[in-house]
Design a binder for this molecule. Structure first.
Ligand code: AMP
Ligand code: MN
Ligand code: MN
Ligand code: MN
Length: 283
């Protein structure tokens, strides 16, 4: 059934969101979400709390995470849904993916100091809820606080994206590993917000082909980071590659995210919803 208010992508303080799993669950339920997943970056530490809070708020729950992957020299995000959150290989893979964030953050801080923004590491740390998960988002919040930029979008545009003074390239998980960790743990791997990558048509084709070859089964079509035209484009891509479609706000914070939990269009009826592949994994 496509007419379901499923929100299968958002972040808590366990990664780079600003709300707790409990606050997110209450907000999602208040917005009419029926099926929910918390998908913290490279982390499953919030899963038990999220599931309990989903049930307390009358929602069904799917386990979730969003794994950082390096593909064709760019960062791609792979959402995992419905996997066993205790699976040892998955947990090990996520620990390995998180490792290196601390050293990268210190390098980012050194680079920012060269353009006059000092103590950014210490500043970013004050926004971090999980010491293993310091992210560019935490730096962005500190750069707004210290007056370097007016909002986090401006921080990314001027400082934290490729070619800008605070950007430090990082090697994440491989596409193959991420898809296999999720699949072997009984879940479904989903390409997150495909329109956000700066790939050529050939590179994008390679991403979808390789993803599918490794066992990937879904793609986000309706996401807070797609335009209406991109819903159409990636709906067609889903059909071309025989992938199920997912829907998620990618909500991070009330002040920052323009799409609130559950507040986005339903999936187009012609697509297979990813939750149909996960019927026996819904809790
Ligand atoms: P990291 O995993 O540390 O590289 O940080 C990536 C996170 O930064 C993403 O999950 C988003 O939350 C955020 N982000 C990336 N690009 C942008 C952007 N252009 N504007 C705002 N937030 C962004
Ligand atoms: Mn994020
Ligand atoms: Mn993402
Ligand atoms: Mn996300």
């Amino acid at each position: 059934m496509s007419i379901l208010n499923a929100d299968l992508h958002c972040h808590s303080v366990v990664s780079d969101g600003t709300l707790t799993p409990e606050e997110l669950a209450a907000r999602a339920a208040a917005n009419g979400v029926e099926l929910w997943a918390l998908t913290d970056h490279d982390e499953t530490g919030g899963q038990q709390r999220a599931r309990a809070a989903a049930h307390a708020n009358g929602m069904k729950y799917l386990t979730g995470t969003e794994i950082s992957v390096t593909f064709a020299s760019q960062t791609v995000h792979i959402v995992g849904l419905g996997f066993d959150a205790e699976d040892p290989r998955m947990l090990q893979g996520l620990v390995a993916t998180r490792g290196g964030r601390g050293a990268r953050a210190m390098e980012m801080s050194d680079e920012l100091a060269k353009v006059g923004i000092v103590n950014a590491y210490e500043g970013a740390l004050r926004y971090v809820g999980n010491p293993e998960l310091i992210s560019r988002t935490h730096f962005a919040r500190y750069l707004v606080e210290c007056g370097a930029c007016k909002d986090t979008n401006e921080v990314f545009r001027r400082f934290l994206t490729e070619g800008k003074p605070g950007f430090v390239p990082h090697r994440w998980a491989s596409l193959r590993d991420a898809v296999q960790w999720i699949s072997a743990a009984g879940g479904v791997a989903v390409i997150a917000h495909p329109a956000r990558y700066k790939f050529s048509a050939n590179e994008e084709y390679a991403l979808f082909s390789e993803f599918k070859a490794h066992g990937g089964r879904g793609v986000e079509v309706i996401t807070g980071s797609h335009t209406a035209a991109e819903y159409v484009k990636y709906g067609e891509t889903a059909r071309e590659f025989g992938l199920a479609a997912s829907r998620g706000s990618d909500f991070h914070s009330p002040g920052e995210s323009h799409t609130d939990l559950g507040r986005l269009p339903y999936l187009p009826g012609a697509l297979t919803p990813v939750w149909e592949l996960l019927a026996d994994r819904i809790q």
